[in-house]
Design a protein around this ligand. Structure first.
Ligand code: FE2
Ligand code: FE2
Length: 351
């Protein structure tokens, strides 16, 4: 591990004395001119990932929420509370990402990686717009502000938001390499663990022919988030070579993320929704955590054999994120949406 500075260097706007030669590039602590020189790149996975992210292009308002407006009143009170609460939580997640990623990006010295982070910031912002579209279309006007303000009124959600933001704020307040690594890992855990019990909730409703437009939107967000997971998988593996850290820290943060995620999901979904229980939430979150750890070359944390399989595999067809599932059709109409571009990117398997 190389000796590194006490404070993370922030890229100058333009650095005429920089060196963009690919053999001298590195994701951090490089000497970039800050020109997006993308014809010759060191991290070719980043160029492929960027293309994949752009292929995911979608426009929330093109997805039809008409049925959801009436379905909303056919939900049980528990389902409506969970619907509103999860929307509120996801709004927080994408808001905090839109705010946080630029801080981490400002120290990235490989332009091809910066490119992916710029696209990620754009997607996180657009996800917020998609929540606003759902809230304004589906949620009755007298309940809307309560959804936006739920993080203020609900103590468990407020605690959750503070827990998530704390790792990022620590880096902004004290931008040393140790805190950078922790913020990067917190990003990976957010992208890799924190959305999925929410997504499952919407796929669960869709499997019962409820709120199909919302599930269509979450399917698209899910696809974007998985590209972010791939980005941070790559970054964490590189960061482990460069930044001071311990594997214990990674396991501790992962376990704590799992506990936090279960606490919140049990609070907002619990055992009150058909097809989801506190046991299935715990099982699914641990199953995901093991996958995320393996993806960065570490051992699974939850060793029981049952964690090798998702308790929600029956809902996978609704997520449309499995390899080869590129149809992006509306669940119930099998109508391929018009803005979808064909998948022509080669080399994606390398990622
Ligand atoms: Fe997002
Ligand atoms: Fe994301």
């Amino acid at each position: 591990m190389r000796a590194i500075e006490q404070k993370m260097p922030v890229n100058p706007i333009f650095n005429p004395g920089g060196d963009d030669a690919i053999q001298n590039r590195s994701i951090w602590f490089g000497n970039t001119t800050n020109l997006m020189q993308l014809n010759d790149v060191r991290y070719s996975w980043a160029v492929l990932l960027y293309q994949q992210m752009r292929e995911n292009f979608w426009i929330p308002q093109k997805l039809d929420l008409t049925q959801d407006v009436t379905d909303y009143w056919n939900l049980t009170p528990y389902e409506r509370r969970a619907y509103d609460g999860i929307l509120s939580y996801l709004t927080f997640l994408d808001s905090v990402q839109t705010c946080n990623i630029p801080h981490l990006k400002s120290s990235v010295t490989a332009p091809e990686v910066s490119l992916c982070m710029a696209e990620q910031i754009s997607q996180e912002a657009m996800h917020n717009q998609s929540y606003q579209y759902i809230i304004e279309t589906v949620i009755p006007s007298d309940r809307r502000s309560a959804v936006y303000e739920f993080w203020r009124s609900d103590r468990i959600l407020a605690d959750r938001c503070k827990f998530i933001a704390k790792f990022y704020q620590n880096y902004v307040d004290n931008p040393n390499p140790e805190n950078y690594f922790i913020a990067l890992l917190a990003d990976y855990l957010l992208e890799g663990l924190y959305f999925y019990n929410g997504f499952i909730y919407f796929y669960n409703l869709a499997s019962r022919m409820l709120m199909p437009g919302s599930a269509d939107i979450f399917k698209m967000i899910n696809r974007d988030e998985l590209s972010h997971v791939r980005l941070y998988q790559k970054l964490i593996v590189e960061a482990m070579k460069v930044f001071p850290h311990s594997e214990e820290l990674i396991y501790e943060m992962t376990d704590s993320a799992v506990k936090q995620e279960c606490r919140w999901t049990n609070h907002i979904v619990g055992n009150n929704i058909l097809g989801i229980t506190e046991a299935s939430t715990s099982h699914y979150t641990k199953y995901l955590a093991n996958i995320r750890l393996r993806a960065i070359g570490l051992n699974p944390l939850y060793l029981d054999n049952k964690y090798k399989k998702s308790p929600y595999s029956h809902l996978e067809r609704f997520s449309d994120t499995k390899k080869g599932a590129h149809t992006k059709a509306n669940f119930f109409e099998a109508q391929v949406t018009s803005y979808v571009m064909s998948s022509g990117v080669t080399g994606w398997d390398e990622i």
